[in-house]
Design a protein around this ligand. Structure first.
Ligand code: NDP
Ligand code: OXD
Length: 306
């Protein structure tokens, strides 16, 4: 069995060593243009040329959770596409989002500014009941985040395509319930996949529906957000702030207003990182399951786009 590794922006040596150790029966090679066709591929941001030269692939394993960029390429029609399913990302995402929510709710930036000015000042405690958090996308990552937020006793709303029942989470689903979900939320966390249906979903209309002094946390994809709409709502005061981990162009161009905006915190697409050992173990297990003719979780539905 041949496995081709083609991950742009990833140091290949430890991945190749890890995949070879986990799948000793396989021949695992770093892809080079003109390489012989493989049976499986392990990819991140591969060029179209890769798939054009790999017509026999039975399976394509992404080393990330989001497959929006992959699905924009022409893939071999018979290939099963599999994404990472948690693989250690869910707890990281829960940490990141809870940190952003609590930092905003507890006014920790205000305290930091006070302290930097030598001021020992108390601010009136705020009520968490006044800070309902809405989580868009209740998949592998969104559910973990929503559950973590309930541990801190925030009111939590969740929005997904199909109905979900989660303890402590008020569920909304489908476009018909989107407005009600937004109106019930003050802090909005985006954990949707980027698809035809969800691109630009964080826009002037939707963000205006959040409760006054809303706060936006985008940890999914930059193209979910209409940048100018966010800036306008921050400047009008309808939104109090935003924490953004993902951007339409990455790295975020230095001239982009998000870098300097006093109400925006940015991080460099780091909220949930791919963990190599865990990911290799997951990919190896699923590849062997596919070889045995079994179904695997994390299989991408190409029609839905996630
Ligand atoms: P999942 O596929 O497990 O979950 C997606 C969720 O979104 C599901 O609940 C799904 O609904 C819902 N959804 C999809 N389309 C719609 C729609 N049109 N309307 C309403 N709900 C919808 O994905 P993950 O949780 O694993 O990952 C989510 C995203 O997080 C990834 O696609 C990626 O873009 C991003 N990500 C970002 C990282 C970072 O470091 N910033 C790291 C990892 C991922 P249903 O349950 O009904 O299918
Ligand atoms: C992912 C990501 O989708 O890193 O896994 O954004």
């Amino acid at each position: 069995m041949k496995i081709s590794f083609c991950c742009t922006g990833t140091e290949p040596t430890p991945w190749l060593a890890g995949l070879r150790a986990a799948l000793p029966q396989a021949q695992v090679e770093l892809w080079q243009p003109g390489a012989a066709p493989a049976d499986y591929a392990v990819v991140w941001a591969p060029p179209q040329q890769f798939f054009d030269q790999q017509p026999l692939l039975k399976g394509v394993f992404a080393i990330g959770a989001g497959v929006d960029a992959l699905l924009r390429l022409r893939l071999p029609p018979q290939a099963t596409v599999v994404r990472l399913d948690d693989a250690g990302m869910a707890v990281q995402m829960a940490e990141y989002v809870c940190h952003a929510v609590i930092r905003h709710f507890r006014e920790l930036d205000v305290y930091a500014a006070d302290i930097s000015h030598g001021q020992w000042t108390f601010h009136k405690p705020r009520h968490r009941a006044d800070f309902p958090v809405g989580v868009m996308g209740l998949g592998v990552l969104g559910q973990r985040v929503a559950q973590a937020l309930t541990q801190f006793e925030f009111p939590v709303n969740g929005w997904s395509r199909s109905p979900k029942v989660m303890p402590g989470v008020r569920g909304f689903n489908g476009r018909a319930q989107l407005d009600a979900f937004l109106a019930s939320s003050r802090i909005l966390v985006n954990l949707l996949p980027l698809t035809f249906d969800t691109q630009g979903i964080l826009n002037r209309d939707t963000l205006s529906r959040l409760q006054p002094s809303g706060y936006v946390i985008n940890v999914a994809r930059g193209a979910h957000l209409v940048d100018d709409d966010l800036l306008a709502l921050l400047d009008s005061g309808h939104l109090a702030g935003a924490t953004l981990d993902v951007f339409r162009t990455e790295p975020l161009p230095l001239k982009h207003p998000f870098w300097q905006h006093p109400k925006i915190t940015i991080t460099p697409h780091t909220s949930a990182r791919t963990l190599r050992e865990t990911s290799i173990a997951q990919i190896a297990g699923k590849l062997e399951a596919l070889e045995r003719g079994e179904t695997v979780v994390g299989r991408v539905d190409l029609e839905r786009g996630y």
